[in-house]
Ligand binder design. Structure first.
Ligand SMILES: NC(=O)c1ccc[n+]([C@@H]2O[C@H](COP(=O)([O-])OP(=O)(O)OC[C@H]3O[C@@H](n4cnc5c(N)ncnc54)[C@H](O)[C@@H]3O)[C@@H](O)[C@H]2O)c1
Length: 329
């Protein structure tokens, strides 16, 4: 198969491309401009494989697909600007890049050169709805109405770009007879996820031997899904005909955990036992998030199975080595 993975130097995109390239049978083309993803040794190793090609290109540029040619069986579109800091500091960029990259990629695709198009959306597309009525909507199914709670709040730049992205995907693909699938990722974690998320932040403070160890709130829950499960689920959605024209949640509802309990788990793994200082949660902090993943199982037979207890020790060791190298911790 000929496959495109956009955003392939980023977190999930790298894991996905690395997984898809595993048997050397498929030809993988990665498109990224290193806006966030790094050309680190793991990325360089991946693109040195004979069946992997890298196009270093800003996908918002109209001419970006000059280097693409012929028929691609599968297009996984993951390129986007995400990260809470960006939503607040660069809201227009978030919308511009997420929407233009998608439109340019879609406009390359037609029924003669694209077998299936997959758009990666996010739980942020429905965050406004679930937050207004958590008891009715958690665990969250795919048919929840999408919403932007406050147009004036830059936070919604990202969720708004994902809602727009879902609409663009459905309507472009229907108009041009392109087979499509939409996935919504939920709290994916693993090595090479960057340094701004809750787990890498905990690891950093552990290695800095912070004591007392502050935690903001900690009573809120999230359902964490290992990236190894997430990429298998993503491929399963792409390959399942039952997922054609469907929206599918990807996550691990069995791994819902309070953030304070996640911290305890990480501290045990690191064998570090500081005093915990519970600080009031920031205003607007979301109390609970958990996807309903029954549809994923029903349509693909895949169920995320990796527990936090299984995945975190390796992840901690990986980050410990990186922090020692980068920050001399
Ligand atoms: N990580 C999660 O838990 C999560 C949750 C919900 C949705 N998602 C979505 O999944 C996808 C992958 O997320 P991730 O966590 O791997 O993010 P990431 O930031 O690590 O990866 C996104 C990649 O897109 C690239 N990119 C950004 N702008 C570009 C441009 N103009 N041209 C080309 N490439 C560009 C970045 O350089 C980066 O490598 C994104 O669409 C994201 O919105 C992720």
């Amino acid at each position: 198969m000929r496959i495109i993975v956009t955003g392939g130097s980023g977190f999930i995109g790298w894991h996905l491309a690395n997984y898809l390239a595993r048997n050397n049978q498929d030809e993988i083309t990665i498109i990224d401009n290193h806006e966030r993803g790094e050309a680190d040794s793991m990325f360089l190793e991946l693109i040195s494989r004979p069946n992997v090609k890298f196009i270093n290109q800003d996908m918002t540029q109209k001419n970006f697909y000059n280097e693409l040619s012929g028929y691609y069986d599968c297009v996984y579109h993951l390129a986007a600007i995400n990260g809470t800091k960006n939503f607040y500091e660069r809201p227009y960029d978030v919308m511009r890049v997420n929407i233009l990259s998608l439109m340019n990629m879609l406009e390359y695709c037609n029924k003669d050169n694209c077998g299936a198009f997959l758009f990666s959306s996010s739980s942020e597309a429905y965050a406004g709805t679930v937050d207004s009525e958590p008891d009715s909507y958690i665990p969250t199914r795919e048919n929840i109405p999408l919403s932007v709670s406050d147009v004036m709040n830059p936070r919604w730049s990202y969720g708004g770009s994902k809602i727009t992205g879902e609409l663009l995907t459905v309507n472009y693909c229907r108009t041009h007879n392109v087979n499509f699938k939409i996935i919504r990722y939920h709290n994916i974690y693993g090595i090479r996820m960057g340094y701004d998320h809750v787990l890498p932040e905990f690891f950093r403070r552990i290695l800095q031997r912070v004591n007392p160890f502050p935690i903001y709130g900690g009573q809120e829950t999230r359902a964490f899904c290992s990236v190894d499960d997430a990429v298998k689920a993503t491929e399963a959605v792409m390959l399942s005909a039952k997922c054609n024209s469907e929206i599918v949640h990807i996550g691990n509802s069995s791994q819902e955990i309070k953030i304070i309990d996640l911290l305890s788990l990480v501290l045990d793994i690191a064998d570090y036992h500081p005093e915990i200082n519970i600080v009031p949660a920031p205003e607007g902090c979301v109390a609970r998030r958990c996807p309903d993943t029954d549809k994923l199982f029903r349509l693909t037979g895949f169920k995320a199975a990796i527990t936090l207890q299984e995945a975190l020790p390796e992840m901690f060791n990986w980050y410990e080595a990186r922090y020692k190298e980068r920050e001399k911790l």
